[in-house]
Write a protein that binds this ligand. Structure first.
Ligand SMILES: N[C@@H](CCC(=O)N[C@@H](CS)C(=O)NCC(=O)O)C(=O)O
Length: 361
């Protein structure tokens, strides 16, 4: 028995888990998440249609890429994707949240704006590998409808599209500059933050043809990083930069997190606090808690209030809470310098995951 990853080439979060498992050099078998695999494995195991899903050699089910990474980190040998240095670990956790929950917007926008027909074909190929290509295309169109339905919930509308693109192009330019001197975020070893970024950047914005062309043209170093971070199984290599160094070229990217994503996360905390007031421990947290205003690159929009993002952010605040003395002082100074000092003061109602669902702890 070996690990199995139920996943698909076109899936954003599959790319995150796959890149990690490959770097970690974990023997695993990828099983295409076809409609029949959803019916026979995913729904019975997880209770909802979601990928990727990892099945361990002793038949445990692990869902959520963060849980997959943490399961492997806890149960397998080899170097860690969590830097030991408190500042690098803070940065890595921030970039994981930024990739998973913010660059998701650009990933969804570019796929459905510029690669719709390609994506329909890919959805059909994944769900119904047994069908002929023409039939796959029609079936893929139907299967993709739910994902296209997520766009307004994420704040992707005619009004915000221009800003989503300008924001993404700024990100590409900043990350490309960083990658001129470093293989990964924090040196020659990928961190959990690299895998957070890999999700949106690989499956959607590198692999989808029209988006891939944009990336190759505007940010060839980011395209190379996608290939490197998603490279086939290879011997483990690389180290984090010595002395817990945060390269200067990451500062503008961290500032981007503070400027763009953090305000929405902070507003989400308010919504969750209000919602949680009369709830008891163990209550299921809904996928969305209404809608709120947000801004991207100076343009106003509206999107769903997504409490799951705070489960990710809680990893950042847990890390901060675990620090004391000099470590606390240097991480606080870093956060203040990027405009994210608020992170040291927030109070997220405690979240946990149970049976693959988000609950109040
Ligand atoms: N946070 C989850 C997100 C997984 C996710 O959204 N997967 C997508 C495919 S890439 C999916 O199956 N979505 C279905 C849904 O959200 O209902 C993770 O890291 O695993």
């Amino acid at each position: 028995m070996t690990y199995q990853l139920l996943a698909a080439p076109l899936s954003l979060y599959s790319g995150k888990a796959r890149g990690f498992l490959r770097w970690k050099n974990i023997p695993y078998r990828e099983v295409l998440s076809s409609r029949s695999v959803y019916e026979s494995e995913i729904l019975p195991r997880v209770g909802m249609p979601i990928i990727p899903v990892m099945i361990t050699p002793d038949d445990q089910t692990v869902q959520d890429t963060t849980d997959i990474i943490d399961y492997i980190e806890a149960n397998e040998d080899g170097p860690s994707v969590y830097p030991a240095g408190p500042k690098q670990k803070l940065g890595a956790l921030i970039f994981e949240t930024f990739g998973d929950e913010w660059l998701l917007i650009a990933a969804m926008h570019y796929r459905w704006r510029y690669n719709k027909e390609y994506a329909w074909g890919e959805f059909g190929k994944t769900a119904f590998p047994e069908l002929a290509p023409g039939e796959q295309f029609e079936a893929g169109k139907k299967a993709a409808a739910m994902f296209m339905g997520f766009l307004p919930m994420l704040g992707i509308t005619e009004d915000t599209m221009g800003a989503i693109e300008s924001s993404y192009e700024k990100f590409l330019s900043l990350f490309d500059t960083h990658l001129q001197t470093h293989d990964f975020l924090f040196g020659s070893r990928p961190s959990v933050g690299d895998y957070g970024l890999l999700g949106p950047l690989y499956a959607h914005n590198y692999r989808d043809p029209a988006s891939g062309e944009i990336m190759e043209k505007l940010a060839p170093n980011v395209a190379s990083w996608c290939r490197r971070t998603h490279a086939p199984q290879h011997p483990l290599s690389g180290d984090f930069l010595k002395g817990d160094e945060i390269p200067q070229t990451l500062i503008p990217l961290l500032e981007m997190f503070a400027r763009e994503q953090l305000p929405i996360l902070l507003d989400t905390v308010q919504y969750l606090q209000d919602w949680a007031k009369d709830k008891t421990s163990g209550t299921d947290v809904p996928r969305a808690l209404g809608v709120h205003d947000f801004q991207i690159d100076g343009v106003d929009g509206t999107r769903a209030v997504i409490p799951y993002s705070l489960w990710m952010l809680q990893r950042v605040t847990d890390h901060l809470d675990s620090l004391s003395g000099d470590d606390k002082a240097t991480t606080t100074a870093l956060l203040d310098s990027i405009g994210a000092g608020a992170l040291t003061k927030i109070n997220i109602p405690r979240l946990a995951r149970k049976n693959f669902k988000l609950i109040l702890a």
